[in-house]
Design a protein around this ligand. Structure first.
Ligand code: NCD
Length: 310
């Protein structure tokens, strides 16, 4: 049974799971779409802890909504101001307490490796909701799920990824997830935001088919999916470096005029200025739909990890 691959597991990177595991998740998410606006009492009495050390809107609230729709409850915090960490408590002790109170822990932190560290301490499953520039596995699962819902397949597609390929953890996790599929990747970024060496080495080691350009007009007519990310301003070691690249790319009506009719634009959100508001009204814009699928996708994930029966 495929779903045994999820029960009690930590979710630290996409690579902890197989393509089959992802497919089990997607099938479950499709089932959960029926309940995303109602209630399915399969996690009654279970408690999910949300430990958000970095800002979040969609990830935190979709996990919270998912848990409540499944009949469970949520505890947690956003920012350390209201926790004992403001008194000097360390991360390990904080995680130990959440582990004692809850059945699973969702953590977002600016330090790369924070979720893995938490998973080593906690007996309960730990779900990585973003660690620095490294991983954001549940976002990548949502991204692939959205593509699969739009096209009925992931194999065979041409996928453009435009933006901050250097610091965006969503890009790292998305490329890891896409390595399970036969896709063509067009990486598009300003020169200073090219992918880091580790990511290039990863793509090479997996035999992925990719190219890079700084000009979206070169590849726009070939992509089925255009995945856009904002410049991750908070990750720049030097504010001057950010000033050099801000505003250097934008998806607008002029660009998408050149796209295939069925081309789909995705974005993990938040959007800053990299997609013109006029694009929202076109049939290409699927980023708000993508964000709303975060609830059924995370309902499926929580069900599989926490073992709810339906
Ligand atoms: C992303 C993140 O936090 O990495 N947001 C999200 O979870 N939807 C992307 C971003 O902040 O740009």
């Amino acid at each position: 049974m495929g779903s045994l691959g999820w029960l009690g597991r930590d979710v630290i990177t996409v690579l902890d799971f197989t393509r089959e595991d992802l497919e089990v998740l997607f099938t479950e998410a499709l089932n959960m779409e029926k309940y995303a606006k109602s209630r399915l009492n399969i996690l009654n009495g279970k408690v999910l802890a949300l430990a958000f050390f970095e800002p979040s809107t969609r990830t935190r609230l979709s996990f919270e909504t998912a848990m409540l729709r499944l009949g469970g409850s949520v505890i947690g915090f956003s920012g350390v101001e209201a926790t004992s960490m403001a008194k000097g408590e360390n991360l390990a002790d904080t995680i130990r307490m959440l582990d004692a109170y809850a059945d699973a822990i969702v953590i977002r932190h600016s330090i790369e490796g924070a979720a893995k560290f938490a998973a080593e301490i906690a007996a309960s499953p730990v779900i990585n909701a973003g660690d620095g520039s490294q991983n954001h596995p549940t976002q990548a699962m949502l991204d692939l799920y959205t593509i699969w819902r739009e096209f009925g397949t992931i194999d065979g597609l041409s996928i453009g990824i435009l933006g901050d390929l250097r610091y965006a953890r969503v890009v790292n996790s998305l490329i890891q997830a896409l390595s399970y599929y036969r896709v063509r990747l067009h990486l598009i970024s300003p020169e200073p935001l090219k992918p880091r060496r580790e990511l290039i080495e990863f793509m090479n080691s997996r035999g992925m088919v990719y190219d890079w350009t700084d000009d979206p007009y070169r590849v726009i007519n070939d992509v089925d999916v255009l995945y856009v990310v904002r410049i991750q301003r908070e990750r720049f070691p030097d504010p001057m470096e950010y000033e050099r690249v801000r505003g250097t790319y934008k998806v607008d009506l002029k660009l998408i005029e050149k796209a295939k009719p069925q081309m789909v634009i995705l974005h993990p959100l938040p959007r800053v200025d990299e997609i013109d508001f006029a694009v929202d009204n076109t049939h290409h814009a699927k980023y708000f739909k993508q964000a709303s699928l975060g609830v059924p996708l995370r309902m499926a994930l929580l069900k599989l990890v926490l073992g709810g029966e339906s």
